[in-house]
Design a protein around this ligand. Structure first.
Ligand SMILES: Nc1nc2c(c(=O)[nH]1)N[C@@H](CN(C=O)c1ccc(C(=O)N[C@@H](CCC(=O)O)C(=O)O)cc1)CN2
Length: 284
C-alpha cells in the first residue's frame, strides 16, 4: 500500500511555524498582517473556502476582512472595491475568490489588483516574475504541492514529473516551478488532447493530477512506486472525489495524497505565507 501524503497534517505543521513568524512580525512592525477576501455571488464551495481561509488567518494570528458582494455585482463595482483595497494601507493581501460571475471579466479584475498585494500570484507581473525564476509570491496550490513532496521526503531533482492539466491556477505554474531550482525535475505537461496519455503518465516518477475530472487517473496509468499528488476536488453523487481513483491507484503508487485532506488544506496554508510576505514587503 502507498504512503499517504496528508496535506492536512503538513498544513498543521506549516501553520504552527507560520504562527511563530507572524508573532515576530507583529512585534517588529507594530502592525498585524491583514487579508481582504472578496467573495462575489453565492457559490457554496467558494463560501466554504473563503470561510476556511479566514479561520486559518485567525489561527496564525493574522487579521482578515470579508467583502461579500451580490451575484449581480457589475465589473465596475468590483473594480471600485479593488481600487479601494489597493489604496488601504491596513490591507496587505487581496484575495479575489474564483470563479467570478459570468458578467465579470476575471482577467481584467485580477490585473487591477496591486501586484504587491496579489497573494494569489495571479497578476501577470507576478506570473512573469515566477517564469523568470524571481518570484514575488508563489501561487498557493502549486506551492502547496511542492511542500507536500518536500516534506514527505520525495526527491524531485532529475525525476520525471508529469503534470496532468494546464490551468493557469495549477498545472501551468506548477510545471514551471517543478522545472526550476531547487526542484529541478524533468517536466512533461499533459492535457485532455495529449495523445496516448496513459503512455506518458506511466513514465512519471511524480504524477500530478490536476485535470478536474473525477477518478480520471486509473491504476493502469501509474508507474509502480510513483508519487501521485491529487489536486482534484470534484463534487459527485459519491461526495468529494479527486482526479485519481484513490483505492485502485494506491495499490500501485508508492505515495499518494487523499481527497479530501490533501492539496486543499495546503492551498489555504500557502495563502497565509503569501499574506505574511506581502506584509513584510509593504511594511518594511
Ligand atoms: N482566488 C482563488 N480562487 C480559487 C483558488 C485559489 O487558489 N484562489 N483555488 C480553488 C479553490 N480553493 C481555494 O480557493 C480551494 C479548494 C479546496 C480547498 C479545500 O480545502 N478542500 C478540502 C475539501 C473542502 C470541501 O469539503 O469542500 C480538501 O480537499 O480537503 C481549499 C481551497 C478555486 N478558486
Amino acid at each position: 500500500m502507498a504512503q499517504v501524503i496528508s496535506g492536512k497534517e503538513i498544513a498543521k505543521q506549516l501553520k504552527s511555524e507560520l504562527a511563530e513568524q507572524v508573532a515576530v512580525f507583529i512585534q517588529n512592525n507594530a502592525s498585524v498582517p491583514r487579508l481582504a477576501a472578496v467573495l462575489v455571488g453565492e457559490d457554496p464551495a467558494s463560501d466554504v473556502y473563503v470561510r476556511n481561509k479566514r479561520k486559518a488567518c485567525e489561527a496564525v494570528g493574522m487579521e482578515s476582512d470579508l467583502h461579500r458582494l451580490p451575484a449581480e455585482t457589475t465589473q465596475d463595482e468590483l473594480l471600485t472595491l479593488v481600487a479601494k483595497l489597493n489604496k488601504d494601507d491596513a490591507v496587505h493581501g487581496i484575495l479575489i475568490q474564483l470563479p467570478l460571475p459570468p458578467q465579470i471579466d476575471s482577467d481584467r479584475v485580477l490585473r487591477a489588483v496591486n501586484p504587491a498585494k496579489d497573494v494569489d500570484a495571479f497578476h501577470p507581473e507576478n506570473v512573469g516574475l515566477l517564469v523568470q525564476g524571481q518570484p514575488r509570491f508563489l501561487p498557493c496550490t502549486p506551492h502547496g504541492v511542492l511542500q507536500m513532496l518536500k516534506r514527505s521526503g520525495i526527491e524531485t531533482e532529475g525525476q520525471h514529473a508529469v503534470v496532468l492539466g494546464r490551468s493557469h491556477i495549477v498545472g501551468r505554474p506548477l510545471s514551471i516551478m517543478l522545472s526550476q531550482p531547487p526542484y529541478n525535475a524533468t517536466v512533461t505537461l499533459c492535457h485532455s488532447r495529449t495523445k496516448d496519455l496513459a503512455e506518458v503518465t506511466k513514465q512519471a516518477d511524480i504524477l500530478i493530477a490536476a485535470i478536474g475530472k473525477p477518478k480520471f487517473v486509473t491504476a493502469d496509468m501509474v508507474k509502480p512506486g510513483a508519487a501521485v499528488i491529487d489536486v482534484g476536488t470534484n463534487r459527485t453523487d459519491e461526495g468529494l472525489v479527486g482526479d485519481a481513483d484513490y483505492a485502485a491507484v494506491s495499490e500501485v503508487a508508492g505515495a499518494i495524497s487523499p481527497v479530501p485532506g490533501g492539496v486543499g488544506p495546503m492551498t489555504i496554508t500557502m495563502l497565509l505565507f503569501n499574506t505574511l510576505e506581502a506584509a513584510r514587503g509593504l511594511e518594511t
